[in-house]
Design a protein around this ligand. Structure first.
Ligand code: TXA
Ligand code: MG
Length: 336
């Protein structure tokens, strides 16, 4: 299959949006930008179209997809009963990097929700995404547009690296602004429960609704996963990644690996890099926001031909930093 490049440089290009919308309406799979990462979209009401997403990504069929829509009205058209705090959250954070897990009214194809009674829905805060969703006027299911297990894509090039030839088109815009996926919040109970950390933090949500819980793997995650996606390995770079809890130990770990003739890369903040000696640096930047937007690009840039192993530090966990640490823990081969 020849993957069409529909690249939008500056101003929104209605012809390209319409072409992508037509492909989606016909049951094809199209990658598109969102403010978090690039998504791999298909018509959420068309079971065969959704199958194509799972196939292109090599995604396990028990991992449900997030449904993207343009408006609050469309969102409520896909869900059954919900607690009253949901409207408050939507008014505060949507469009934005947050996904609500709500009781589904089963208007979408069964394979979108992987057989669950709930549905994940979000209104992305990206001009191209919103224009596309309005143009096709159907709910679009979209996981991140990467091959399963690899870091999520934040640019058109990342999407093509993984999916060129496997999807009908990529609608391209700028680099994704946030860089890590949306915060996923289970809103089926009396208290919102954060299933996946993202740019919208626990504190942000607490300010709107008071009490909020964060799901942790100690709560029986493996036996009965709340969010099926959390049990799979994610974001793995080409070489082993050691995450080092105590930053004072980083240099000695690097030295020990070098003694074993390993070429060692350091995936660290720009301030930490100044204090270290390594074979190669992958610089995350100074601030949490920068670190989030650089993370996946850097994980993808770590290549076997350059380094044998990468060490990474525990980063500050203010704001979106919590989400960055969460992804690093999932990407790590070992935490020491
Ligand atoms: O920022 C994002 O959310 C991006 C962009 C493209 O919107 N999408 C994304 O999709 O990250 P994906 O498929 O890579 O991750 C979706 C996560 C998975 O962990 C999945 O298990 C969870 O959301 N999820 C989806 N529907 C769910 C549901 N009904 N109940 C619990 N978890 C759900
Ligand atoms: Mg993903």
């Amino acid at each position: 299959m020849n993957t069409k490049r529909l690249i939008i440089k500056n101003k929104i290009d209605d012809d390209k949006i319409e072409e992508a919308a037509q492909l989606l309406r016909k049951g094809e799979v199209v990658a598109f930008p969102t403010e978090t990462v690039y998504g791999l979209g298909a018509d959420a009401t068309n079971e065969k179209a959704i199958d194509k997403i799972f196939k292109a990504k090599g995604r396990p069929s028990d991992n449900p997809l997030i449904v993207h829509i343009a408006t609050k009205e469309q969102l409520f058209g896909l869900v059954a009963n919900y607690p009253s705090y949901v409207e408050k959250l939507i008014d505060a954070f949507s469009p934005g990097p947050i996904t609500y897990v709500l009781n589904s009214n089963e208007k979408v194809a069964a394979n979108v929700t992987a057989g669950l009674e709930t549905i994940g829905v979000r209104i992305p805060d990206d001009q191209i995404a919103l224009a596309l969703l309005k143009a096709c006027a159907i709910p679009i299911a979209a996981p991140s547009a990467n091959v399963s297990g690899k870091p999520s894509p934040t640019t058109v090039d990342h999407v093509l690296e993984d999916l060129d030839g496997k999807i009908a088109a990529v609608l391209g815009g700028c680099e994704a602004e946030v860089g890590v996926e949306s915060t996923v919040v289970d809103c089926t109970g009396d208290i919102p429960l954060i299933l996946r950390l993202g740019k919208v933090t626990k504190k942000d949500i607490e300010k709107i609704v008071g009490k909020v819980q964060v799901f942790s793997s100690s709560q029986g995650e493996v036996k009965k996963p709340k969010s099926p996606g959390l049990k799979y390995k994610h974001y793995a770079p080409e070489v082993p990644l050691l995450l080092i809890e105590n930053s004072e130990n980083i240099q000695s770990v690097i030295n020990a690996e070098q003694k074993k003739n390993q070429r060692v890369g350091a995936l660290v903040s720009s301030q930490t890099a100044q204090k270290l000696k390594a074979d190669r640096f992958f610089l995350l930047g100074y601030k949490e926001e920068e670190m989030a937007s650089n993370l996946y690009k850097l994980l993808r840039s770590i290549k076997k031909q350059d380094v044998d192993i990468v060490v990474c530090e525990y980063l500050p966990v203010e704001h979106v930093g919590n989400a960055v640490m969460d992804r690093l823990k999932r990407a790590a081969t070992k935490i020491i």
